[in-house]
Design a binder for this molecule. Sequence first.
Ligand code: SF4
Length: 323
Amino acid sequence: MLLARGPEQEEVFARARQAREESFGATVVLRGVIEVTNVCRVNCDYCPMRRDNTRGNDRYFMSADEILERAVRIKDAGIDIILLQGGETPRELAAVEEAVPRIKELFGGRAEVLLNLGNMRKDQYARLREAGATSYILKHETSDPRLHRELRHESLDERLRCLRDLLDLGYKVGTGLISDLPGQSLDSVVDDIELAGELGVHMCSVSPFVPAPDTPLQLRLPGSVDLALNVLACLRISYPELLIPSVSALEKTSTGGQSRGLAAGANVMTVNFTGDSDRHRYLIYGKDRFVVKMQHVQELVRAAGLEVRGSVFLDDAVPAASR
Ligand code: SF4
């Protein structure tokens, strides 16, 4: 299935859409993301926010008040999932810990606070959970321990320890992989898919490798969007109840990529609510990254014959459109 192209690939996508329909109906979960800091202590070779990129990285940290101000805009847009995402740095932790309960209060408790802030100690995850965080994304990126060490300069075991701690603490947990990383085999991508199942996570994403400026991998060829879409479809067929986003990296690498993500079985889209000045400083794929706006998402979802809905992790979850 990973190598399928043409009519064969369409068949795989159709099976994936059927699996999505059976688990979630014709719906796509909408998230609003706030990028809380662009500072990171890690040095991933594929990421322009890496520690050593002092050239292009104009550092910022959002305060709790600034995070709240953006959360109000997410609420006004009718979205009930607030994703706080940032580089891995202890310096932003106090602001996030202060912001989380205030966000919950803003939404009258009816919000999913989703964090994506990297590796931490278990007691730090526990504090954020107590503050009101619902869910956490921590992508394993590659399940090949050698490649993980080579490209992230970090240990896969430590990443997996964090994922297990998060599950243990009752978080709804997301992992994710990058496909077509330089040096990655197809077998290792199969391992990535199987790892999502073995961990028992609730969400999994896949992004094609994007060679970003000011990184050691900037001259490598971009990853195949077809492979990423096939991984997405395989995840959906293998684990029908996973939340799987159609990520902006698909659009960055090929126009129309995000709509193909929905066609391949994705059921989550993320709208960017970072303020204009910070958004240009958050160098996830370099300065000319594709920034996802509300209108773009609404058009894609409608064109796919789907409708937007709110969090699936809130007890009284209802479609966003009917609120
Ligand atoms: S991918 Fe994440 S952990 Fe790695 S350098 Fe970038 S922000 Fe930091």
